[in-house]
Design a protein around this ligand. Structure first.
Ligand code: NAP
Length: 274
């Protein structure tokens, strides 16, 4: 691993705020990326209690932080204190990356771009002209739906346990979005598993395996375990499968690029996670 540059008065600080934050892999991932790129940057974990996200944004400004990743439960709360918010973060009502431009703090959401880049790296998939099914309608699913629509998917069916959340998520896709039925999976080029079902080895496949088949891509957003029940079902049906590790890496890579203006060293970041 590359040696980090010693911390001095000129070192640029970025944070990652959350509650809890001790388990976060972000400092390991981003500090490896800064070191590999020879940049005088450091990331530190900021344990910001629930309800204090907006105060923490004000503190970032005062303390001269160059940026900050934002995780649960602050992704929405920070918006109120930011100077501006990107279009996608506004539509998702969620910020996962804050960057500084002079004295201005700007909110971004890097999850969707991270998903598209990660899927391209894992499988070569291009959403332009594709028919997609997204199972789930939480924060991760919403970012994926918006990104697929922006990347030119021609149809996006959203299937979710709670219909009202599915309706809100479908609206992100505009005319290409539809409330889906389990049988729609059979017609999809890309099937995204974006629920939390599969985080336990004993969970069932979140998608009926009888609808999966050859020629499809089955992308599970879960990365632990690295092979989920949905991925096993996809493999048995002859589909190409991927897990959420590349999305995790690439959403951090997009944040790195916002902060530094330098292309992220993906392989160094991947090694830091292994
Ligand atoms: P979330 O906002 O809490 O949404 C959870 C989703 O799972 C909702 O659609 C929920 O349906 C559904 N769900 C939960 N339990 C279910 C069950 N028993 N049966 C059917 N549906 C169920 O969570 P999130 O942040 O979107 O995360 C979702 C998954 O994506 C998690 O596994 C997380 O680890 C993963 N993720 C990965 C990345 C990455 O970088 N790879 C990033 C973020 C998240 P209802 O609407 O009906 O409650």
């Amino acid at each position: 691993m590359a040696e980090a540059i010693a911390i001095t008065g000129r070192t640029q600080l970025v944070g990652v705020m959350g509650d809890p934050i001790g388990h976060s892999k972000s400092p390991t991932l981003l500090n490896a990326a800064f070191a590999a790129s020879g940049l005088d940057f450091r990331m530190v974990a900021l344990p910001v209690p629930e309800g204090r996200g907006a105060d923490a944004v004000a503190a970032l400004g005062v303390l001269g932080f160059h940026g900050c990743s934002v995780t649960m439960p602050h992704k929405n709360a920070v918006i109120a204190r930011l100077d501006s918010v990107s279009d996608s973060a506004k539509r998702l009502d969620a910020v996962n990356c804050i960057r500084r431009d002079g004295t201005t703090l700007i909110g971004e959401n890097t999850d969707g771009e991270g998903f598209i880049r990660g899927l391209a790296e894992d499988t070569g998939f291009d959403p332009a002209g594709a028919r997609c099914v997204v199972v789930g309608a939480g924060g991760a699913a919403r970012a994926v739906i918006l990104a697929l629509a922006n990347a030119g998917a021609t149809r996006i069916d959203v299937i979710n346990r709670t219909r009202s959340f599915a309706e809100a998520a479908v609206a992100l896709a505009g005319a290409t979005g539809h409330i889906g039925e389990p049988g729609d999976v059979a017609q999809a080029d890309l099937v995204v598993q974006a629920t939390s079902v599969g985080m336990s080895e004993t969970d069932p496949s979140a998608i009926d395996p009888t609808h999966l088949g050859e020629g499809q891509i089955v992308a599970d957003l879960i990365y632990h375990p690295s092979v989920t029940p949905t991925m096993r079902a996809g493999t048995q049906a002859g589909a190409t499968v991927s897990n959420g590790l590349s999305m995790l890496l690439h959403q951090a890579a997009v944040a790195f690029e916002h902060w530094t203006g330098v292309t992220a060293p993906i392989e160094a970041m991947r090694s830091a996670l292994s």
